[in-house]
Design a protein. Structure first.
Length: 277
């Protein structure tokens, strides 16, 4: 599933393609959305908002299209009406005179008015967006220390979109590694200073991933590995997807574990399972 940075990158691309010209056509695959095709044709896309892994395409007539890629959804931006050869099912499309934005395979698509956005059963329950410019490390530290969250394992908490929206498998592993915290620790097991480091890492790693197209490893080291011939997969992350390979910091083999049916990666030396609070 794409995580917050990938959804924001897709949103930026769609926004650049569509914002300058009015729509010449809109397509929905689902029958209950078909009546809105005419309502949205001739409108301008006034902005693409992301909330965690969800996207809101705002039109200048007051309507917005909510979409969630879930596991298999994929956006493509192409020349107008230039459809790719694919076995995927087209679910939603926006066309203007120059470009088309095409959403394939996603099944969670809705039309919302502005009041409906704020009461939407998924959106209204989301925690702060990890990429939000309004989010601060102090705010996130306070949330970690709260009674609601302080007894939950970090591995589980960091996949809970009600706690922090936009985090998924790879960001979770990378954030906990940079913060040097074991996935099975709870906030209550950690010193307040450690939780502030974790909060800082949460924001910094997510923003770096957005800015550098998914790279969560040290940018200088990643660039050197790339120059030496390493593949994107080889230089992209600190620990995620690197089971049994040496830790980039201490050389200890990276461990892959399954927690709550989801894979997670960590360094047992850099991220010891020990209470320090």
């Amino acid at each position: 599933m794409p995580e917050g940075p990938e959804i924001r990158i897709a949103a930026d691309k769609i926004e650049r393609a569509l914002s300058a010209l009015p729509t010449t056509g809109v397509f929905f695959a689902f029958d209950h959305l078909k009546p809105f095709e005419q309502d949205l044709t001739g409108c301008y896309v006034k902005g693409i908002e992301t909330r965690g892994k969800a996207m809101l395409t705002h039109f200048d007539n007051g309507l917005s299209v909510y979409s969630h890629n879930q596991l298999y959804g994929k956006w493509m931006v192409r020349k107008a009406l230039d459809y790719p050869e694919t076995n995927r099912q087209l679910r939603f499309a926006i066309h203007n005179a120059k470009k088309s934005a095409l959403l394939y395979s996603a099944s969670d698509i809705q039309i919302l008015t502005e009041p409906e956005i704020e009461t939407h059963p998924f959106l209204s329950q989301l925690g702060p967006d990890v990429l939000s410019k309004k989010l601060t490390a102090k705010q996130l530290q306070a949330s970690l220390l709260s009674k609601k969250h302080h007894r939950r394992r970090l591995a589980n908490l960091y996949l809970d979109q009600h706690f922090l929206a936009g985090i998924g498998n790879y960001l979770r592993s990378e954030i906990l590694f940079v913060a040097r915290l074991h996935p099975k620790l709870r906030p209550i097991d950690c010193a307040e200073e450690q939780l502030l480091v974790l909060a800082d890492a949460s924001i910094a790693i997510a923003r770096q991933s957005y800015k550098h197209k998914g790279i969560t490893h040290d940018i200088t080291l990643a660039s050197q590995l790339r120059a030496d011939g390493a593949s994107y997969r080889e230089y992209r992350h600190w620990v995620f997807g690197r089971s049994d390979l040496p830790c980039r910091v201490c050389g200890t083999p990276i461990v892959k574990d399954i927690i709550s049916s989801r894979r997670i990666y960590f360094c047992p030396q850099c991220q010891p399972l020990a209470a320090t609070a």
